[in-house]
Design a protein around this ligand. Structure first.
Ligand code: IVH
Length: 703
C-alpha cells in the first residue's frame, strides 16, 4: 500500500490513517514484547510512530484515545509516571532474635503506658514488592509501587492484569487504598524461567526479581503474560475506617474480595507470637512462595494511631526475620574498594555460589580488624581466626544487605597461605591511607583528587534517593568521569551546554543516539528543581543519610537558611551549633561533619558551583499544615496521666511543635501535670502560658 503524504491528506484520510497506525503499532508492540516475535524492524516501527505523531500534529482534534504516542509499549527507555502517595508507604523495623519480640512488646507498652491485654497479629512477611491500590467508589483507579515511600510509579495498567486483584468492589469505603505484596509463586517462577530460557531470553535470579521485573514492564501485555499474585495486608488513605482492629480490617479486606494470607493469627503475648513464628517457619518450604519472616502488628487500631511512626517505620509493627541461609565457597581474592568518603573497604571475591536463591560472588570483609579476627574493641571474633585468600568460607545473606562471611574452615586452609596485609596507601590514587586512633577504617587522604572518591560521590549524587536522574546511573557516571565530561556535580548541569551541540556531541558518543541524548538532557533539566532534603542527601556528607537529610531540611526549611547557618556555625559551640544539635536525631558527630564540610574550601566551592544551577524547593516544615501548635515551643512537666512523655513529645513534634526540656523566654506553652514544680514557677515568672494535660489534648484535637 502506498502511503499518502501528510501535507496532502484530507481529514478523512488522516482519520483512517491514524486508525490504521494505531492498529499496526499495537500489533507490533504485542509481537515484540509478549510473543517475542517481532514482525517489523525497529526502524520501521520508529518510522510509523513518527508518522503517526506528525499526523497528530497536523490534525490535533483527530488524536485517538488509544493514540500510540501516549503508549509506553515499545519505548523501553521511557519510565512510568510518578504518583505521590497520599499516605506514605513505610518499611518495617527488623528483629532477628527471639528476645527482640518481647522487647518490642515491652517498648509498645511503655510508650503507651498500657497495662491491660495487648494483642498482636502475626502473619508471614511476603518476599515480593509492595503495591498500593486506590479504589474510588468501588473502582480500581490507580496502582502504584512503593518507590521511595513518598512517590511511587504508576503501574495501574499492569496491576489490572493481576488476577488476584478485583477491578470493582462493593460495600467498601468510598476511598480505599489497599496495600499488599505482589509476588510470584514458585511453580510459576520455574515455568517462567523455562519459557524465558527456551526463547533465549534472560532468566530471573529469584521469584522476587521476577515479580518486580514483571510488574515494572512498560507494556501491560507483558505483565499479563506473567503470573503475578497479591496478598493484601495493609491500607493507606481511607474515607472511613475499615474496622477497629488490624485483624478485623484484614477480615474486611478478605470479605471485599482481596486475597489475604491464611496464616494470619491473633496473639496475646510474646510467647504466642513466637509460637506462630515457629509454625510459619516450619511451613516455609512448602508454602509455594517465598517469605522471609513474620510481621507482628499491634491489633488495636486506636493504639496503632497513638503509637504512630518514626521517620520511616511504624512503632506498632516489627518484622521478625528468619535466619539467613548459608553456603560454603572459596575466597579467591581480597580487593580494596574506595568509597565516597575515602573509606577503604575490603571485598571478598568468591567462587560464585547460590545462597537463598541468589548467586553470590562478593562479600564484605568490613575492615582490617575483621579480617584479622578481632572486633572493634580488640576482642576475638571467629575465635580469633583470620581470613586468608584461598580459605573456604561460609557466606550468608540477610535481606537485601551485602553478603557476609560467617565462618572459615581451617582444615581446608592451603599450607602456603599467608595473613592478609592491609594496604597503607590508596589503591586508586596512591595517597596515604590513614587509620585514625579509635577508628576501624583506613581512609584515603586524597580527598577530591582521588578518582575513586570523586566517582563514588558522583554515583551517590545521582542515586535514587538523591537526584535520581533517569539515564544517568553508575555506568554512565564512570564513563563520563573517565573522559573528563563530568568531574563534579555542577558539571552535570552544564553537560548540555558543553556536549549538546558542537564538534563533540553526546548523541555521537558510543552507546548514545539523538533520542537518548535528548532524553538525558531533559531528565537533567527536570532535576534542576530539587527538594531540599534530596539536595542535602546528595552532597554525600559523612554521617548524613536520607533521614538525617530530611530532618535538616525540615528544620531549616530553605537552602539559604541551611547554608547561612552552616557557614556561621563552628563545631562545639555557639548559637548555630546549639540549634543544630537541638534537632531531634542530630548528634555531635553528624553536626561536626556537616559544619566541617561547609568549611572546607574545595568542598564549599563545589557546593556553591552546584547550587548556582539549581532551584531548591522549600521543605515543608513537619506538621505545619493547620496545626494550632506548629512552630511553638512546648515544655512538658509533672506527671502526664493519659500518655507517656515519649508519646506526648512525638505527638507534639508531628504537629510541628518543638519540644524543649526547660522553660525559657522562648517557651510558648508549658503543659503541667500534677507535681509540676520549678518549671511551673519559672513559667509563671516569665508569663508563659501554662495549661494542663486535658487542655493540651483539647488544643491538639485529641480529646
Ligand atoms: S506491613 C507500615 N505486612 O515488607 C508498614 N509488610 O520491610 C506496612 N511486607 O514495605 C507494611 N509482607 O513490602 C507488612 N505481611 C506484611 C508484609 C509486609 C511483606 C513488606 C512490605 C514492606 C516491607 C518492609
Amino acid at each position: 500500500m502506498s502511503e499518502i503524504a501528510i501535507e496532502a491528506m484530507t481529514e478523512d484520510q488522516a482519520r483512517a490513517e491514524l486508525a490504521r497506525l494505531a492498529q499496526v503499532l499495537a500489533q507490533a508492540n504485542h509481537a515484540y514484547h509478549t510473543l517475542d516475535a517481532p514482525e517489523i524492524t525497529d526502524a520501521e516501527y520508529d518510522r510509523l510512530k513518527a508518522r503517526n505523531a506528525a499526523i497528530e500534529v497536523r490534525f490535533p482534534t483527530l488524536k485517538r484515545p488509544d493514540s500510540p504516542t501516549e503508549q509506553v509499549g515499545g519505548a523501553l527507555a521511557e519510565g512510568f509516571s510518578k504518583v505521590r502517595h497520599e499516605v506514605r508507604m513505610l518499611s518495617l523495623e527488623n528483629a532477628f532474635h527471639d528476645e527482640d519480640v518481647a522487647e518490642f512488646a515491652d517498648r509498645v507498652r511503655k510508650y503507651l503506658n498500657h497495662q491491660g491485654d495487648l494483642d498482636f497479629t502475626a502473619e508471614p512477611k511476603i518476599d515480593g514488592l509492595s503495591l498500593s491500590l486506590r479504589y474510588e467508589g468501588g473502582r480500581l483507579v490507580q496502582a502504584a509501587t512503593r518507590g521511595d515511600g513518598a512517590v511511587g510509579e504508576n503501574v495501574t495498567e499492569n496491576a489490572r492484569t493481576i488476577a488476584d486483584l478485583p477491578q470493582n468492589i462493593s460495600g467498601a469505603p468510598d476511598v480505599l487504598e489497599v496495600r499488599g505484596e505482589v509476588y510470584m509463586a514458585h511453580e510459576d517462577f520455574a515455568a517462567l524461567n523455562e519459557r524465558q530460557a527456551a526463547r533465549g531470553e534472560r532468566t530471573f535470579a529469584n521469584p522476587r526479581n521476577a515479580a518486580a521485573g514483571s510488574l515494572r514492564q512498560l507494556d501491560p501485555e507483558v505483565t499479563r503474560s506473567r503470573p503475578l499474585r497479591f496478598f493484601a495486608y495493609a491500607w493507606g488513605a481511607l474515607s472511613e475506617p475499615l474496622a477497629a482492629t488490624q485483624f478485623g480490617a484484614i477480615e474486611r479486606l478478605a470479605a471485599l474480595g482481596f486475597v489475604t494470607n491464611p496464616l494470619t493469627r491473633l496473639c496475646s503475648s510474646p510467647g504466642e507470637m513466637l509460637e506462630v513464628y515457629r509454625e510459619i517457619e516450619a511451613q516455609r518450604a512448602t508454602l509455594g512462595y517465598d517469605i522471609d519472616g513474620v510481621v507482628y502488628k499491634v491489633n488495636d487500631l486506636a493504639l496503632q494511631r497513638r503509637l504512630g511512626f518514626r521517620s520511616a517505620t511504624p512503632r506498632w509493627a516489627i518484622a521478625h526475620k528468619f535466619p539467613a541461609e548459608l553456603a560454603w565457597t572459596r575466597l579467591e581474592a581480597i580487593d580494596i574498594q574506595v568509597g565516597r568518603t575515602g573509606a577503604l573497604s575490603p571485598v571478598a571475591r568468591l567462587t560464585p555460589v547460590t545462597v537463598g536463591g541468589v548467586v553470590v560472588a562478593n562479600a564484605t570483609l568490613h575492615n582490617e580488624d575483621y579480617i584479622a579476627g578481632r572486633d572493634s574493641r580488640g576482642q576475638p571474633i571467629r575465635e580469633g581466626r583470620d581470613i586468608r585468600v584461598g580459605d573456604w568460607v561460609q557466606v550468608f545473606r540477610a535481606g537485601d544487605v551485602i553478603p557476609k562471611i560467617k565462618e572459615i574452615d581451617l582444615s581446608r586452609r592451603p599450607a602456603e597461605s599467608e595473613p592478609f596485609r592491609f594496604p597503607e596507601t590508596c589503591p586508586e590514587c596512591g595517597s596515604t591511607a590513614l587509620r585514625e586512633p579509635g577508628d576501624a577504617v583506613h581512609r584515603c587522604t586524597g580527598g577530591l583528587i582521588c578518582p575513586a572518591q570523586a566517582v563514588e560521590r558522583l554515583k551517590h549524587f545521582v542515586s535514587r534517593a538523591a537526584f535520581d536522574i533517569e539515564g544517568l546511573g553508575a555506568k554512565q557516571i564512570e564513563a563520563f568521569y573517565k573522559d573528563g565530561w563530568i568531574r563534579e556535580p555542577a558539571d552535570i548541569f552544564t553537560l548540555e551546554a558543553r556536549f549538546g551541540s558542537g564538534p563533540r556531541q553526546l548523541r555521537n558518543r558510543e552507546g548514545w543516539g539523538p533520542k537518548s541524548a535528548a532524553n538525558l538532557f531533559a531528565a537533567i533539566e527536570e532535576k534542576r528543581n530539587i527538594p531540599l532534603n534530596r539536595l542535602i542527601f546528595a552532597l554525600g556528607i559523612r554521617h548524613v543519610g536520607e533521614s538525617a537529610s530530611a530532618l535538616l531540611a525540615g528544620h531549616y526549611g530553605t537552602w539559604a537558611a541551611f547554608e547561612t547557618a552552616m557557614t556561621h556555625a563552628s563545631p562545639g559551640a555557639g548559637p548555630e551549633w546549639e540549634e543544630l544539635i537541638a534537632i531531634n536525631g542530630v548528634g555531635a558527630v553528624m553536626a561536626t561533619s556537616v559544619i566541617t564540610t561547609f568549611h572546607q574550601e574545595a568542598e564549599r566551592r563545589a557546593i556553591d558551583a552546584l547550587v548556582a544551577h539549581l532551584e531548591v524547593q522549600e521543605a515543608p516544615r513537619r506538621g505545619s499544615v493547620e496545626s494550632p501548635v506548629a512552630g511553638k515551643t512546648v515544655v512538658f512537666t509533672g506527671t502526664l496521666e493519659r500518655m507517656t512523655r515519649a508519646e506526648a513529645k512525638a505527638r507534639a513534634e508531628e504537629l510541628g511543635a518543638k519540644v524543649a526540656g526547660s522553660v525559657s523566654a522562648k517557651t510558648d506553652i508549658l503543659v503541667a501535670g500534677p507535681g509540676a514544680g520549678s518549671k511551673a514557677k519559672k513559667a509563671a515568672e516569665l508569663g508563659v502560658e501554662v495549661i494542663d494535660e486535658d487542655a493540651w489534648l483539647a488544643l491538639i484535637g485529641a480529646l
